[in-house]
Design a protein around this ligand. Structure first.
Ligand code: HAS
Length: 543
């Protein structure tokens, strides 16, 4: 079990994450209603402010805070209780991140930072917004360090043994986070803060975007990997099965470590100023980073089929019926997995340069990330929180709460199918993302989008109902659920599995490969950007 003191730290993070779900979800409802044309925002709010609240709270706050909470619990469960020093470091990280969050939120609410969750130049925010985000990142580094310290202690105490899978995964995710956040930290400290303070007149927009996307794509895998932790380690236990292959899981995570960062330019295919060769190279690397997800799909199918057959499932699909469909701990992540199949396929379309020309900056992309982050990942987080919170605070996920949680999964599946499909279709018809309702001067093409925008509002409203149920459930599980024991499921490895090769545990080796691939993929594009920068002597230049 997770020690109660460690549990408090994990819970603090998770509660902040769910406050973000409620507020960010409300902003999402306003979003779809405005885009449908049926509703106008009150005069004290503007469209981009609401879009920023939505993106920052759900894309940055829910994720980062849930991940830090979940990972703290996961390390404590599988490597052992934190020492007092480690836990204190964890709490320092929590407070640094939370102070940063409050500062950044205050700026968004006062319309001083309506710069969207991607916040790169040329949109400019109040300096306090940037500093607030910097604090959130530094806070996450500090808590992440506490998790790594606990893992290192385990390694010292258990020399020569292969490390606990869940803790190993947490450490990989933290390393990924340290390396990718360096890009955004440089962007914020070297470009955005001096510019926002008026110390420099201009900043290079292309450099700002490139530094952001160096961080921004690895960010999506920082979100995804905790969901994969649940899929690989927790789900097999819930269905009564075993981990299909520990080596496969560890290899998949190491592949994410080396391939998640050097693909950021696939967000910039349509941008001038980056040579086609580097776009091509990063497109190829993007296709490589699909591989660990395909490995994950293979492993999950194998786990499900093996268990289903063990329970007597016959024929090609008989095993499928044997899975525990009434158990929300399984059902919600499972719906997430199903959504990730079209979500991942959409990602592959985005990454195919020529097709990116069709979909870039259309609402297709919004459809893509509502399947990936907002369904595959978010539903896994929700399904996990519903058992993790009672595990940490000594309560129980009751039968009724479990049924409510299943309702969340079903509402989410229905709402997201309607919303995301209409986003994908409208995107192919040319509807732009990040824009409020407009008839574009009576344009015939824009008229085609309106029915899909209404469908998005219907889907979005169903999702909002799900968010109300989630909020109610979290409050119930935090304060009112009956006291009891709720298990933190961790599966064992299948018997007869081969020993994990030592090279897969060698962080130095994979770290060196990671840095080498990043240097290869980014050095020349960045030198090119700086050398051809239009920002003259009056503005800021790196060298
Ligand atoms: Fe993406 C844009 C490419 C994955 C999130 N992506 C975005 C943005 C976000 C985002 C937020 O190349 C917008 C950023 C912005 O604001 O501008 N993405 C990819 C690729 C993948 C991918 C190649 N994205 C993700 C994940 C995200 C995420 C994961 C969040 C968590 N994405 C792009 C590109 C763009 C982009 C371009 C830029 C577009 C533009 O022009 O602006 C891959 O990693 C996907 C691989 C996934 C798979 C699926 C494996 C399936 C599994 C489930 C198995 C199911 C089971 C259940 C076992 C290959 C593991 C079976 C049961 C049954 C009954 C069937």
């Amino acid at each position: 079990n997770v020690d109660r003191k460690d549990g408090k730290l994990a819970l603090a993070y998770i509660y902040v994450a769910f406050i973000a779900v409620f507020l960010g979800g409300t902003a999402g409802l306003l979003q779809v209603l405005v885009r449908s044309g049926a509703y106008e925002l009150p005069s004290f709010l503007n469209y981009y402010q609401v879009l920023t609240v939505h993106g920052v709270l759900l894309g940055l706050v829910l994720t980062t805070f849930f991940i830090l909470g979940f990972q703290t619990a996961a390390v404590s469960r599988t490597s052992g209780t934190f020492t007092d020093k480690q836990r204190t470091i964890g709490w320092i990280g929590f407070w640094v991140a939370t102070i940063g969050l409050v500062a950044a939120a205050a700026m968004i609410l006062t319309n001083e930072a309506s710069v969207l969750y991607t916040f790169y130049a040329p949109l400019q925010a109040h300096v306090v917004f940037y500093l607030g985000l910097a604090f959130v990142i530094v806070g996450s580094w500090i808590t992440g360090a506490a998790q790594i310290m606990r893992f290192v202690q385990w390694k010292k105490e258990n020399k020569g043994q292969s490390s606990p899978l869940l803790s190993f995964m947490v450490v990989v995710n933290n390393f990924l986070w340290y390396v990718c956040t360096l890009g955004v930290a440089i962007e914020v400290l070297v470009q955005l803060v001096p510019w926002s303070l008026g110390l420099v007149e201009r900043v290079d927009v292309l450099l700002s975007r490139t530094l952001f996307w160096y961080f921004g794509h690895a960010l999506v895998y920082f979100w995804l990997l905790p969901a994969y932790m649940v899929w690989y380690v927790v789900i097999p236990k819930i269905i009564g099965g075993k981990i299909f292959s520990e080596s496969l899981a560890k290899l998949a995570f190491m592949l994410f470590l080396i391939l998640s960062v050097p693909v950021g330019i696939h967000h910039q295919f349509m941008e001038p100023g980056i040579d086609a060769l580097w776009k091509f190279i990063q497109a190829c690397l993007t296709f490589f980073v699909v591989v660990p997800s395909l490995m994950t799909a293979f492993s999950m199918f194998a786990t499900f089929e093996l268990r289903g057959r063990e329970l007597g499932g016959k024929g090609v699909f008989g095993w499928f019926k044997k899975l525990p469909w009434n158990d929300s701990r399984f059902l919600l992540p499972f719906i997430g997995m199903v959504a990730f199949i079209p979500g991942g396929a959409g990602g592959i379309i985005n990454a195919s340069y020529q097709m990116n020309e069709l979909v870039h900056n259309t609402i297709w992309v919004t459809g893509h990330f509502h399947l990936t982050i907002a369904t595959a990942v978010a539903l896994t987080y929700f399904g996990t929180a519903f058992w993790l919170i009672p595990h940490l605070n000594g309560r129980k996920l009751t039968k009724r709460a479990n049924s409510m949680a299943n309702c969340v999964g079903i509402l989410w599946a229905i709402g997201m199918t309607i919303m995301s499909s209409s986003m994908h279709i409208a995107g192919l018809l040319g509807a732009p993302r990040r824009s409020a309702y407009s008839e574009y001067g009576g344009s015939e093409q824009a008229a085609e989008w309106i029915s899909y925008q209404v469908a998005q509002a219907i889907g979005g409203s169903i999702l909002f109902i799900a968010i109300l149920v989630i909020t109610g459930l979290i409050i119930y599980l935090a304060f009112f659920a009956p006291k009891g024991e709720q298990d933190f499921p961790v599966a064992e490895v299948a018997p007869g599995a081969a020993k994990v090769p030592a090279s897969l545990e060698n962080f130095k080796l994979w770290g060196v490969i990671m840095i080498a691939v990043i240097i290869f993929a980014y050095t020349i594009p960045i030198i090119d950007i700086i050398n051809t920068s239009p920002v003259g002597s009056k503005g800021f230049k790196l060298w």
